[in-house]
Write a protein that binds this ligand. Structure first.
Ligand SMILES: [Zn+2]
Length: 384
């Protein structure tokens, strides 16, 4: 039985191999696609999957898949070398392959037909394992990203410099207060984002003033923000040597350290004069945010990657992304992430946090990730 299975598997791999490729759209976004290599015939691509990723108008009925681009319509059939381009019958180089619930078309025919139908240029590169869509022939992948002009990126972003006024936040061994570090970083983020014409940036505070936690999320709701970023510096109760950055999105804390971090950031609640939210209200508030957990998580990963790329002086802490219940994120009706930039309780990082160059690097890492987020989720820049 085992031998039979092995022979079967061997035969399958000789005939057809599935490879993971990348489809790079006009906007520079990348989508994974399965590509089949069928011996001499070469590569076959999943036509419908590609149309779907590129947001083309498509239908799938019975054995037929079709796509409409501008005024052109293209129809293909399962296991058939015939296709229709605007009601004119054409022959594909090879019959399509129908497998894994997908109709695969040979790559040369596919790119040729798509070029004719879309007026765009579909190019493929087997050694890079990618198909890229450009406005002109021989488009450079690295330049494809720049096709999206900065002006087309839009979004409303609220930056929340943690603490302020009577709430100093955490204090470092050298006497630095968290509230005095996160404000200049936040102002730098604003400066970075202001370069984008259609990005609107608001800060919950621009001076050393006290703002209650729930008023911060409320501010973002009133501004109709697409993204809420609360900026902080971390502190460790017991270990002065612990350091690094970490991003948090709202959810129940996964481990003790994350719970401690949330407790630390939430401790300001005691300083607030307004009554604390009651149980039911806080459940409703957290539901308001639950809708956005996927986006929030995605943004915290973008942030962690951006920090990893730009920041040389500092390491990520653990996984770099954590979940915990932060009051400041509660009640935000949009994706919301809390950034712990570095440890103010760590002598070396306290010094870094005071350094203008470091503050600017942090701000650019946050700003860069925010732009990436707006491109993906806000601006409607997915391929059309
Ligand atoms: Zn804080």
């Amino acid at each position: 039985m085992k031998r039979l299975l092995l022979i079967f598997l061997f035969a399958f791999f000789v005939c057809a191999q599935t490879q993971q490729w990348k489809l790079i759209g006009l906007s520079g976004n990348s989508y994974p696609i399965d590509v089949i290599k069928d011996g001499e015939k070469g590569y076959f691509v999943p036509a419908y999957q590609i149309w779907k990723n590129l947001n083309f108008i498509r239908t799938s009925t019975g054995d037929t898949i079709s796509v409409k681009i501008n005024k052109n319509e293209l129809k293909m059939f399962r296991n058939d070398d015939k296709c229709y381009f605007n009601a004119t019958a054409k022959n594909l180089k090879y019959s399509t392959l129908y497998t894994n619930s997908n109709t695969y078309c040979d790559i040369a025919s596919f790119c040729e037909l798509m070029n004719a139908a879309s007026g765009l240029y579909f190019d493929h590169n087997a050694s890079m394992k990618e198909i890229r869509v450009g406005k002109t022939q021989n488009i450079d992948v690295s330049k494809a990203k720049n096709i999206v002009e900065d002006d087309k990126i839009s979004g409303i972003i609220v930056i929340d410099p943690g603490h302020g006024g009577k709430d100093p936040g955490a204090t470092g061994p050298g006497g630095t207060n968290e509230k005095d570090i996160v404000l200049p970083i936040s102002l730098e983020v604003k400066k970075y984002l202001s370069k984008y014409k259609n990005i609107k940036v608001f800060l919950t505070r621009e001076t050393d003033s006290f703002i209650a936690l729930h008023d911060r999320a409320e501010f973002a709701n009133k501004k109709n923000a697409d993204l809420f970023i609360s900026i902080h510096a971390n502190a460790s109760e017991k270990s002065p040597s612990v350091g690094g950055y970490k991003m948090y999105f709202l959810s129940e804390a996964k481990d003790e350290i994350d719970e401690w971090t949330a407790k630390l950031e939430n401790s300001v609640i005691d300083l607030e004069s307004k009554a604390q939210t009651n149980g039911l209200e806080s459940i409703l508030l957290s539901l308001a945010n639950n809708e956005f957990i996927k986006e929030s998580q995605d943004f915290s990963i973008m942030l962690a990657k951006s920090f990893g790329k730009n920041m040389k002086e500092i390491q990520k802490l653990h996984t770099g992304v954590g979940q915990a219940n932060f009051y400041v994120l509660n009640g935000a009706s949009m994706p919301a992430v809390l950034v712990e930039t570095a440890f103010i309780s760590n002598t070396k990082e306290e010094k870094l946090l005071k350094d203008k160059k470091f503050q600017k690097d942090v701000a650019e890492s946050i700003g860069g990730a925010a732009i990436e987020f707006c491109k993906k989720y806000v601006s409607g820049l997915r391929d059309k």
